[in-house]
Design a protein around this ligand. Sequence first.
Ligand code: NI
Length: 204
Amino acid sequence: MIAPTRNLLLGLLSLVCLAFTGGVAYVLIAMPEMVEAPIVGSFELIDSESKPVTEADFAGRYMLMYFGYTFCPDVCPTELAKMAAALDILVETEPDKAAKLVPLFISVDPERDTPERLAEYAALFHPRLIALTGSPEQIRAVAAAYKVFYVKVHPEGSATGKQDYLMDHSSQIYLMGPNAHYVTHYSSTLSAEQVAADLAKRVE
Ligand code: NI
């Protein structure tokens, strides 16, 4: 729940500004810019055929994005299945809007998530799901841009060099607009039906 926390922080900041400057005008001018400080949705990654991909490849369409990794034991499969189900609901109810959505899965585990592995994994969830990975630097950059947290966690007793690690990572589905700007995000507490209903409202 990154954005609400951030908004709360900015709200508190504005109160502090108000208290210390006594300047209502200052707050009115400063606040909109601060609150709307957008997630800039630029990225340079590769797809499951190792072709370079940027947000410009999806210009004019909405990106529905989830960050995770293919070895994830629970959260990623659940959320990707939900994203796929929401898309399928929209295909039935609002086919024109569904056609404007690009579902994306971005790996936070580029070490193990090869393009080939990602292709097989994405196909398990939805024929339209596009899986992306990149160099560790590219993944760091896209995670920073989207304010996605991830960290490698070695199971207790496991040698740190071993490949059986987990990735702890933030889990939300992002909706980005046609210009790759942040629209909203969906937390794991929402159902596929709720996500689909919100998409129907927001996609134009
Ligand atoms: Ni996961």
